[in-house]
Design a protein around this ligand. Sequence first.
Ligand code: PRE
Length: 91
Amino acid sequence: MLEEERKQIDEIDRQLTALFEQRLAVSKKIATVKHQQKMSLTNPTRETEVIQAQTKNLSDQTLAPYLTDWYRSTMLLSKQYQANVIKKLRQ
Ligand SMILES: O=C(O)C(=O)C[C@]1(C(=O)O)C=C[C@@H](O)C=C1
């Protein structure tokens, strides 16, 4: 029971983990630029744009609130990671 579905979830999670790593690698590059240019960590306009653009990519619009939460937490993690990267650059 549920074996097939869990296999599907495992494979999706494997892909998400690889993408998570790629996303944070780009976030690290952005952190370096933000540090050099003394830019603020948070860019609320960009965050809104990301959520709006990705919401448009949904085929099932009833998922929009969940996708919004997902991106909010993804970008929060991204900023926490950037804060750590910048902290190390300052040392
Ligand atoms: O675009 C940026 O400026 C980023 O730092 C990336 C990112 C994100 O993870 O998507 C993170 C923080 C910002 O508030 C907006 C977006």
